[in-house]
Design a binder for this molecule. Structure first.
Ligand SMILES: [Fe+2]
Ligand SMILES: [Fe+2]
Length: 185
């Protein structure tokens, strides 16, 4: 899954960690194993009222955010030649930022359902990445991607991820609203 982007991570150790995490989708805490897991391919990005709230929404959103993040970084590096952006950290974080949604949202014939887990997907991902000894910079990007005031993005990579996530989220909402306005014309 996400091979095209995973292989862009140059650091071999980090690349293997990301590859393994995506393949295994680990849940280290036995108290959390009760939550159902959906394949990434079928996981919605959230409820219908949010963004990417349909089958495959998580995969689409993850690919789009990763592509956006890479392109934002490339553009910023042209404008600010002295700016240092760790592309490995950025790509790894973009691929993993919403990954715990596989344990949070699932499809039924009546639409998207929530597993009932109380932890936010970003916090849960950060906890799991910490357990698997990911670099602090990656954990920070994932933990702060929601942009909360108590845990804001502090690095350039975390800021790029935050805004790439927002642009893609807003675009999906815009697209679904456009479809609705087409239908009611
Ligand atoms: Fe998220
Ligand atoms: Fe996201």
């Amino acid at each position: 899954m996400f091979e095209k982007y995973v292989k862009m991570i140059k650091d071999e150790q980090l690349r293997k960690k990301v590859e393994s995490f995506i393949a295994k989708l680990p849940v280290s805490n036995k108290n959390f194993k009760k939550y159902r897991r959906t394949d990434i391919e079928r996981t919605p990005g959230g409820p219908e009222s949010f963004h990417h709230g349909y089958k495959g929404g998580l995969k689409k959103h993850t690919e789009s955010v990763t592509s956006l993040a890479i392109n934002i970084a490339k553009s910023l590096k042209k404008s600010y030649p002295n700016l240092k952006i760790d592309m490995d950290v950025l790509i790894a974080s973009a691929l993993l930022h919403d990954i715990m949604k596989v344990h949070t949202f699932y499809m039924t014939k009546d639409g998207v359902r929530h597993s009932g887990v109380l932890l936010d997907h970003g916090i849960w991902a950060a906890a799991e990445l910490y357990t698997h000894e990911f670099p602090e910079e990656v954990i920070h990007c994932v933990a702060s991607h929601g942009g909360s005031e108590i845990n804001p993005p502090l690095t350039i990579e975390a800021n790029i991820l935050r805004y790439a996530d927002m642009i893609d989220t807003e675009t999906d909402i815009f697209m679904s609203q456009s479809l609705i306005s087409e239908l009611i014309k």
